[in-house]
Each structure stands twice: as C-alpha cells, then as structure tokens.
Design a protein around this ligand. Structure first.
Ligand SMILES: *Cc1c(COP(=O)(O)O)cnc(C)c1O
Length: 463
C-alpha cells in the first residue's frame, strides 16, 4: 500500500532521535556538533522535499539516512577548519595564534547576529564612535588617557608612525631594527609611513647619549621595539624606558613603544622571566604603547594603541584609520576579553592562552596519562608512551624559554613517523603533531580535555 505524503513525513525521524544513534554519536566525536546537526537538518530537509514533490514514495532506512548524513558532512568541509594543536606551542601563528575564551562567545554572538550601538551614542541618540567602547575598560586596566584599536599590531605601528613621524625622523636603536615575521620589518614600516629612520647606537649596545646626540629639530619621535623573536645576549646594553622617557619629555617628542605582545599580568607566576606589563610601560613614561590582541593577551586579532590623548586624537583624524578599521565582531571579542582581566585570577582560568601557560609539570603529566590510557585502549598496533618534553610560548614571545611539559608519543613499527604525522593531519578533525626521535609527539599543554575524544577516534580509525 502506498503511504500518503502526510504519513511519510510523520515517519521521518526527528533530529534529536538521530543525534542519539550510535553512528551519529560517533560522528559527533569527529566533527563539531553544530556541523553534525546541520548535516542532519540538510539531509532531512532533502528527504522532506523529495517526499513533497513525490519524487520519493518511501523513506530511506535509518542506516541509509545515517550514511547520507556522513556523506553530507564529508562533502561540506570548509577550507578554514578547526584543528587540534598538539605542538605545544601556545601562540602558534600558523594555527591561528590564540583561541578565544568561551566567555566571549555570547557577546560576539549578540553583537554579530543583531544590530548594535557600534557607532551610535545611546544617551544622546546621535552618531557615536566605534573606538569609544574600549576606552573605559582600557583606562581602568592600564591608566592610559585614551585608546585606539585597529586590525593588527602591524597596522597599529603603521598608524602611529604615519601620524606622529610623517616626513620627520624617528630614532631607533640598531639592536631593535628587527623583522617580526610575515614581512613586518621595522625599517620598512618606518619608510612606508613616510618617516626617516635614524639608527642610534650599535647592534649590541645603545647608550642614552646615542639618542641625545641624534635628536635635532627634524626628530619626530623615539621608537622602542620589543625584539620579540630574537635576543642579543652577552655584552649588551640598552637604555631603560624611564631614561628615554626623560629625554623625550625634555625635548618634547613622543616616546613610542611597540611592545609586541602586551602583557596584563605578571608572567613570572608561570616560571617565565619578568617583562613589563602595558600599565608598567605607560607608568615608566611611554607616550604611546602598541600591542597585539591575539598574542599573550589571548584575544582576537587586533592592534591596540594606548597612551596620551593628544597623540591618539591625531591618529583618530588620520585618513589611514579608515583602511585599518576594526570590525564589530573583533571589537566585541576584544571588549569581552578585556573584561576578564578585571579579575586576573579569572583571566588565567578563562583565557585559553593563559590557562595553557599556567599548567604545571604535574598538570601536564596528569593530562598526558589520561590521554595515553584512552589511546592505548584503542590500538594494538601503535606504541603509546608518556614522555617529558618542553612546550614553547610562541608568537615571538620568550624565544629562549620553554615550559616543562609531558607529551603522549605515538610510534608505529609499520609506518614511518612522517606517514603517521600525515595521517593524523588528515583525520576528520586534523591533529597537528611534532616529530621527535622518530615518534609523533602530542603535547597536552595545547590540547583541551574535551579534544581527547577526537584523538581517540582518529587513533581508532588509524589502528
Ligand atoms: C608581533 C609583533 C608585531 C606585529 O603584530 P601583529 O599583531 O602580528 O600585526 C609588531 N611588533 C612586534 C614587536 C611584535 O612582536
């Protein structure tokens, strides 16, 4: 007997029922849950349409529907995909630098999926400024007079120089004429902003009087650059910020400090050496400080400029700002990230970059042991061991410091380490490992506990 359209539609399984089926539950360990749900809805929608159009006179069996959902998921891979970072490098530029705190999710959603007061003053009902939203919180966290945010820190440095230096000279220590990566070279940035670089001191040593002698009526500012990804060691000297600040003050030129990462908490608590926070850099007398949103701050990609109001006001009038402007999604994530810093303990718990850095050797051993046990249960062909190793901070920060960690190492005597690494990379949820001693290392410092299931599933498939 041929069933009616209504009968067929009524028999179509519900999304919730499908989600509970073992085959679909398995998929949910390999793909983001949202993607699984979307694939189910897509497949059910197609079947419903075919029934309504009478292309279909009966429903496919449940296993067939499950197969259709799997195919739908495989077909619909985005180019930009989530991966598991097993490298142990916390701020991994190739893997998207820092991942955002779950605490910012709601705010980003609210702002992105609805209208907002992005450039609208709710009090006066008149046009407002998108840059005003961060002013109060940054003032509170750093004591800065004003703030401006742009696309990334490279853009921040470009805007600062092209506003304050423009056609004039800027003094930079020879030891700080660095290349950061991705073709960001300080001498080139100065040139493209229309300024002229005046190198002071030598590669390893720069003294205050090197700066003093270079100041003339053409000088538009002093630029201090964090050397980030490299260090000069041995017979070295640079001028402390307070001394440079005095000179800048005395000669009425701005002291600009490109901090790179921009800290808001003391990193010594994680066993890393002291570096000044943004607040400390301002307290020491910097007029302008710039830093990245997605390095140690642990927020979205952005460049943040803080400092004296009179200088930032000029930057706000620079035409270039329009081309470097930050979008509302980023702005909302950034504000919500800064909110977390109002309580530093909460920031360390809730911001992934800080949470990962705060893991002790014992924490890592515990995590690695749990992961190794899960993996061992799912394989007979691979040798799984827990080993001591070292993680890197990354993102150009603390290049010569590592953090003690534990890794889960995977070894196969059938396939090479390189082949195994590629197979891990080609898992449904790509897993990025590091090869050492012919083994694949998964550093648990950068792997979230809830990602263990993806790894177990990939290993099961491999075995
Ligand atoms: C990383 C870095 C930059 C570039 O910042 P982006 O946010 O990647 O554009 C500039 N200066 C320094 C000192 C840096 O460390």
């Amino acid at each position: 007997m041929v069933k009616s359209i209504q009968e067929l539609l009524a028999q179509l399984p519900a999304v919730d029922i499908l989600l509970k089926r073992p085959a679909i539950e398995q998929l949910a360990t390999e793909y983001p849950r949202g993607a699984v749900k979307a694939a189910i809805q897509e497949v059910l929608g197609n079947i419903r349409r075919e029934v309504l159009q009478q292309i279909r006179q009966d429903l496919p069996e449940l296993p067939t529907i499950e197969q259709m959902i799997t195919e739908e998921l495989i077909q619909h891979q985005f180019s930009l995909r989530r991966v598991i970072n097993g490298t142990g490098t916390v701020i991994h530029t190739n893997l998207g630098r820092s991942s955002l705190s779950k605490r910012v999710q709601q705010q980003v959603e609210d702002i992105s999926f609805h209208y907002s007061n992005l450039e609208f003053d709710l009090e006066s009902g008149e046009r407002g400024s998108r840059y005003s939203h961060l002013t109060e919180i940054i003032k509170e966290l750093t004591g800065a007079e004003d703030v401006l945010v742009v696309n990334n820190n490279a853009a921040a440095v470009l805007l600062v120089l092209s506003t304050l230096i423009k056609g004039q000279e800027v003094l930079v220590s020879r030891g700080e004429l660095v290349e950061i990566g991705g073709a960001f070279r300080i001498p080139d940035v100065v040139t493209s902003s229309g300024g002229k670089i005046v190198e002071v001191g030598t590669t390893n040593k720069t003294h205050l009087n090197d700066y003093q002698q270079a100041v003339n009526e053409e000088t538009g500012g002093i630029l201090k650059v964090h050397t980030s990804n490299y260090r000069i060691v041995g017979f070295t000297e640079s001028v402390p910020i307070p001394e440079l600040a005095k000179l800048a003050d005395h000669t009425a030129i701005p002291l600009i400090n490109d901090l790179g990462s921009g800290l808001f908490i003391d990193m010594r608590q994680f066993g890393l050496p002291y570096e000044p926070t943004v607040k400390e850099a301002l307290d020491q007398g910097c007029d302008i400080v710039t830093f990245s949103g997605d390095k140690l701050l642990g927020g979205p990609q952005a460049g943040i400029i803080v400092g004296k109001k009179k200088y930032i006001q000029q930057m706000k009038k620079n035409q270039l700002l329009r081309a470097l402007r930050i979008d509302k999604m980023t702005l909302s994530a950034l504000e919500a990230t800064f909110e977390l810093y109002l309580d530093p303990t909460q920031a360390i718990q809730e911001i992934p970059v800080l949470r990962m850095l705060s893991l002790t050797e014992e924490d890592c051993l515990r995590k690695a042991t749990i992961l190794a046990e899960k993996l061992e249960k799912n394989t007979n062909d691979l040798t799984i061991t827990v080993e001591k190793d070292a993680s890197a901070v990354g993102g150009g920060s603390y290049p010569e410091h590592s953090l003690p960690t534990y890794v889960v190492s995977i070894y196969s005597d059938v396939i090479s380490a390189e082949t195994l690494q590629q197979k891990l990379r080609e898992s449904r949820m790509p897993i990025i490992s590091r090869i050492k001693n012919q083994k694949n290392y998964l550093d648990v410092r950068t792997i979230e506990d809830e990602e263990f299931a993806f790894i177990t599933s990939a290993i099961r498939t491999l075995a």
